[in-house]
Design a protein around this ligand. Sequence first.
Ligand code: 13P
Length: 243
Amino acid sequence: MPALIVGNWKMNGLGDDIAEIAQMAAAGAGNGARSLWIAPPFTLIDRSVIVAAGAVKIGGQDCHVKQSGAHTGCVSAAMLADLGAGFVIVGHSERRRDKAESDADVRAKATAGCAAGLEVILCIGETRDQRGAGQTNDVLTSQLAGSLPDDAEALIIAYEPVWAIGTGLIPTLDDVASAHAHIRANLVARYGPAGYGVRVLYGGSVTPANASELLRVSEVGGVLVGGASLTAQSLLAITAAPP
Ligand code: 13P
């Protein structure tokens, strides 16, 4: 399966930054068969869909669990789909931390995303303290048990160790392989053979310099990139990282 490269712009980007997405699309985006997806802030989704011109898939960074209703300031998965978004990220550790999102919330959001016809990138990962205490696999198992939706068809998992996000630190490649193998075993236990078809991304301080080695790790089906996804130059260098 060719690697999938996903950029998460988080709370970054104004109108002028659309030019970066236009540049990514013009460059043909992925290297060969690699696909490139970008999750800009909600305010830029409609414009991004236009300039991406089908070469880059555009998605949301979060969605509400309900399709519509009295929820001031919230955005539903159906609204994202209506704008032309093709995917949504749910359960990012920054939302689990800042918005106190629980595994049950994440599961409801993943289910809402699937119901709206979006592909769903569900994020999990341990904190520094949990890794230090040797709890990484237990944390991943518990997050998956609490947050996986019933249907695996549109599902992608992103393994993002919290301590690796925005810090310049990454786990050893052996640790990445071990976490991904553990996630795969959980997916197969949950979904049966369909669990082998769920793509698992690595995220946390991915750069053009370390993308190749991370993408070569067994069970790593792509990367979820924050800081290094904000410019076309940097993200295209990741999509072009030698296999
Ligand atoms: P960084 O690539 O900036 O570490 O962010 C990773 C991330 O959180 C992507 O969702």
